[in-house]
Unconditional design. Structure first.
Lengths: 323, 323
């Protein structure tokens, strides 16, 4: 039973929250992640990998700002492309090394990958996604003047000096632009790394040309679109908890195990999953099953292989066919 | 007569020497370049694109240094990967837009691409390639202390305050690592952007694992290795002059037109081509014909299409077969 699996890796697969983000730290984390991914390939599954880029884009934005007197900072779409190169390289090389050591020399390739969004998305009206450095009130005022296109919001309590931050839209992903190329690569037996950081967000302009937009797409929602275009059987979201939970933070807290799409819809509607964290993951899983996927999983890296055989994680499956 | 053409683009295809390197400037240059490339696709040729990354890597190194107090700078291999994402994205999107407008919706895809070198390469003993910011004598002394692995050299005359710079090896490229994937993509009809910035330089360590090395590979020499693995018919180097010249800067100066491999070998041995600029381009062309290529071309962007049909540029062709 060889499956096509799209794996969406969270930030902790690359950089732990308490780390600065040196190349050594990131390589170590990537190696731990890749060891699990390689064991999936050992079962004969085909793998498409996607990943977040929050900490890397954040660091690059800080560097760009620090060097702004000498070098023009690049816009957010280019920053996204740069982190696709950076993170893609680390995963690609590490996977190649491990597969080579295991005598499974599959081609591994990371691609630059755009994802279509719409500037009519409601999130452009009231941007929700903080990016880049934190500012003091004075810095925030200065930046608002210098960059009238930026939206700056107060994201921390008044007691914190550096409490302002640029916010951008987090629009819903509509379509993976390089889907034909990705599909052919997967069909050709390659391990593909794509849609990094949720993909480079692009829109069609008035002349039907693609152009970048200042936005950040949720990487799980974009990963789900990727899963659709490669015809994935399984969509696997790896995060820092082993399962989604209902009644989170109360005595009734309980992990969600295998549930049907209808059951998950009900839990989602009841408001069990937080908008900024578990919510989009659950939503992405539901979308994947609605599209026609066999199984969507939310779990932690160390439970990934168990979750695939059904003994761990939160698993969303289709509703039983009516008789 | 549909050919596979590998095009190696110089720095001026992306950033002019007198520009700061804003995203707008780079996009404008990329658009001018892509218009020429699209006209090659109109003839039915298959295209593989490679490009330099000097100005972009330089800018990123400056930003990294400026932000070093807050964010750990990344090593040179990762910087290379980041510029592959950055430049790859600009070409990919621009080519897609133009091909779409021309009703030739070929898949265009940029990949993260490593190139194997050897740390036994003589250039590691006496590094020749300057990278990153210029330093004063005091800054150079401080950096030498902080980074004992860096080689700092005086690259400008004593009269210039900022005359010191980090230098790294520029080793000869041995092999393109992702060659299987690239070959399959080209055979599958995709326009592939690869080996950006000469490729991410990697070596095999003692355990036969790939790892990045602090080096910069000449993009034309790496482009030639790329031309070999895709079985290119034509290797086309686009630079800021329309042809290589003999007796450069003298009254005898003359453009080299179509020459055989033996004729070019003779000119090269006579020392007509400068080590830092035309030399590696001529060398890469000779290697391509030695490998079995049909024609290697050095010319400027605006002469590219004429050079393909033989009415412009420096063209190196195989020796006539002995009777």
């Amino acid at each position: 039973m060889r499956k096509i699996i799209v794996v969406a890796l969270g930030g902790n697969a690359i950089k732990q929250a308490d780390e600065a983000g040196t190349a050594e730290e990131q390589r170590r984390n990537v190696a731990i992640t890749c060891r699990q991914l390689v064991s999936m390939l050992r079962y004969g599954h085909r793998l498409v990998i996607t990943h977040g880029n929050g900490p890397q884009a954040g660091n690059l934005l800080i560097q760009q700002e620090a060097g702004a007197a000498e070098v023009p900072p690049q816009p957010l779409d280019i920053v996204g492309a740069m982190t696709q190169g950076q993170i893609g390289y680390m995963f690609q090389q590490t996977m190649q090394n491990m597969l080579w050591q295991e005598k499974m020399p599959l081609p591994v390739v990371s691609i630059v990958n755009q994802v279509l969004v719409s500037e009519d998305d409601p999130d452009y009206k009231d941007p929700s996604k903080p990016v880049g450095p934190f500012y003091t009130e004075e810095e925030a005022a200065r930046i608002k003047k210098e960059r009238p296109d930026y939206v700056i919001k107060e994201v921390k309590p008044k007691s914190v000096a550096r409490r302002f931050r640029r916010v951008v839209a987090s629009p819903d992903p509509i379509r993976n632009i390089e889907y034909v190329a990705i599909r052919r690569m997967v069909e050709g037996g390659m391990v593909v790394i794509a849609s990094g950081g949720g993909g480079i967000p692009v829109v069609y302009d008035a002349e039907d040309n693609l152009r970048g937009t200042a936005a950040v797409i949720d990487k799980d929602k974009a990963g789900e679109r990727l899963a659709e275009v490669v015809g994935a059987d399984i969509f696997l979201i790896l995060t820092d908890v082993d399962a989604a939970r209902v009644h989170f933070g109360t005595p009734q807290e309980k992990a969600v195990r295998t549930v049907t799409l209808s059951e998950m819809r009900k839990l989602h509607a009841e408001g069990h999953f937080k908008a900024g964290s578990m919510g989009p993951k659950v939503l992405a899983c539901m979308r994947f099953i609605e599209w026609g996927g066999q199984c969507a999983i939310i779990t932690s890296l160390d439970k990934a292989v168990s979750a695939l055989i059904g003994t761990a994680g939160t698993r969303v499956v289709p509703d039983p066919v009516a008789e």
